[in-house]
Design a protein. Structure first.
Length: 527
């Protein structure tokens, strides 16, 4: 009867402790996990472009798929398992020690061996997990690269090679997994042996003391001991899995602590003088000693550039490929950090002293490589739903897209697929033009914006820019000289510096100017 009470008492205590502890731990871990992965995601969103230049997409995807899954779903379950099994093992050992205290002399060396084996296994398992994560990132990176470059692989008949490399990477990424399975068997066999030794020694002790030991006591102890070997193994396995899952947490926390960040999105509330809600009202722009490099370890691509643009002026930016034309835009949007001493002043405000959320929406851009979001035409034109339907149709008409959108099923609500892939590059640029028209910004940037449209559409866009952006400051990076020949100013970039900056007429008067040679090459004036 006493044994039944002891048994039921121990089991009840175990159950209650277990229930409370797991509940508290699970809630705590789930909350912390959510906090970690949302903070890591926020850091990624605000990482500078140089981070994405140097980190393959596969590596980032691995962290936000496998590691987040380990943190969100596996960590608390493993901890529950550890707690549960540990309580059972401790219960069994306590039971032996209560009834046979002298057996503690045998249990101590076994505990030492247990500690040694489990430490050896855990450190190996941890490294294997690290290796697994690295090789998996490598595999993901190759996979995403192959998908992105599928057209090139097919064009150069390199699909078989890509399949072979993918298989090789798959094989090598599976190696740590097989090794970790082998490691599990290694530890299991040793711990089962330790459990069996404990059982054997207890049996020898019980047989030796058969005249003093009650048969019921011996039965109770053996019933607990029978599963101790397996349980001890399970505790180590769970502990190793727990440590491995903590490795995922460590990788996400590394992002939280070490990821470089873009300048702050919000303007400081203590900024003096406070930013006017009507800024920028004119659109004057001044670059003062601007030096920009894409990464701290790279040479500058803009070198001590200074020029100013009067409000409302139309400026054409020209130069040979790689001269730094697009980098001017990077600097203007503060997409890369400027070197110390650089200033870009927009309507009297140094753009580095305000948050990017106050700067970027005030500059409209029609980029060289336009990307639309998955959704509808309406969403892509007016994501914040601030404009009336009539205004949307009006800008579509100005950019010659109205009839196309009307012909689509759903009109403004017709589907635009991810990246705008169901539209031609030219049409995507026209959607960007419509969006810029709608935003009515004081600064408009066109980066080779008409590179992908036919001549007639190019003329239409240029006309729209002249009429609709008459009051705005426009900077056009031009590949067709004829589109900017009547602009107010021409900025000629050469090797990261401003080589020439004047009216087109003044630059053309000098037959040795770079602009004159570009015009002669294009044959614009002879047409
Ligand atoms: N993401 C980047 N990381 C590192 N260097 C870059 C990056 N983008 C551009 N560069 C370098 O900056 C320099 C200027 O490039 P930029 O794109 O500004 O030239 P561009 O005049 O616009 O050329 P293009 O007319 O061919 O578009 C080039 O030497 C280029 O190699």
């Amino acid at each position: 009867m006493t044994y039944i009470f002891i048994y039921v008492g121990l089991a009840s205590v175990q159950f209650v402790v277990m229930a409370i502890a797991t509940q508290l731990l699970s809630v705590g871990i789930i909350r912390t996990a959510r906090k970690i992965h949302s903070e890591a995601f926020e850091k990624i969103i605000h990482a500078p472009l140089s981070f994405f230049d140097t980190n393959p997409l596969g590596r980032i995807l691995n962290r936000f798929s496998k590691d987040v899954d380990a943190l969100d779903n596996n960590l608390w379950m493993t901890l529950n398992d550890i707690l549960y099994t540990l309580l059972i093992v401790m219960g069994s050992i306590s039971m032996i020690l209560i009834f046979f205290p002298s057996l503690s002399l045998l249990i101590l060396p076994l505990a030492g061996l247990y500690y040694f084996f489990s430490g050896y296994y855990r450190s190996t398992s941890r490294e294997l997990k690290r290796l697994d994560s690295t090789l998996r990132s490598n595999l993901y990176a190759y996979f995403t690269e192959s998908l992105t470059g599928m057209a090139t692989l097919k064009a150069y008949k390199r699909v078989d090679r890509a399949i072979r490399i993918n298989q090789e990477k798959m094989d090598s990424s599976n190696r740590p997994y097989y090794l970790s399975l082998a490691g599990s068997r290694w530890i299991a066999s040793r711990l089962q042996l330790l459990g069996a030794s404990l059982m054997f020694m207890t049996a020898v002790f019980v047989v030796g003391a058969r005249n003093t030991v009650n048969a019921a006591t011996a039965g109770l102890v053996f019933s607990y001991l029978a599963r101790t070997g397996g349980d001890m193994n399970w505790v180590v396995q769970c502990f190793a899995t727990f440590e491995n899952n903590m490795n995922s947490a460590e990788r996400l926390i590394h992002y939280i602590k070490n990821l470089p960040q873009e300048p702050s999105t919000a303007t400081s509330p203590h900024r003096q003088p406070p930013l006017s809600p009507f800024w920028p009202s004119e659109g004057s722009l001044e670059f003062k000693n601007v030096t920009l490099r894409y990464r701290p370890d790279l040479p500058p691509v803009l070198r001590d550039i200074s020029f100013s643009i009067q409000a409302g002026h139309k400026v054409g930016v020209v130069g040979r490929t790689g001269a730094g034309k697009s980098s001017l835009i990077q600097a203007l949007f503060l997409l890369s950090e400027l070197d110390a001493g650089s200033q870009i002043v927009l309507d009297g405000v140094d753009t580095q002293t305000i948050g990017t959320a106050d700067l970027r929406p005030h500059i409209a851009i029609i980029p060289q490589d336009p990307v639309l979001f998955e959704g509808t035409f309406r969403y892509n034109l007016d994501p914040l739903g601030r404009h009336k339907e009539q205004e949307l149709w009006q800008v579509l008409e100005t950019s010659d897209l109205k009839s196309y959108v009307q012909a689509q099923e759903g009109g403004l609500d017709a589907v635009v697929s991810a990246k705008g892939e169901n539209l031609s590059v030219g049409q995507r640029q026209l959607v960007c033009l419509s969006r810029a028209l709608l935003a009515k910004c004081k600064i408009v940037i066109l980066d080779e914006a008409t590179a992908s449209v036919d001549m007639a559409t190019d003329v239409l866009i240029q006309r729209a820019i002249r009429s609709e952006f008459a009051d705005a400051t426009v900077m056009t990076i031009a590949h067709r000289i004829n589109t900017i020949i009547d602009y107010d100013r021409i900025l000629v970039m050469h090797d990261g510096e401003v080589a020439e900056y004047d009216t087109p007429q003044a630059l053309l008067q000098d037959p040795h100017s770079i602009f004159s040679s570009l015009v002669n090459e294009s044959g614009v004036l002879s047409r």
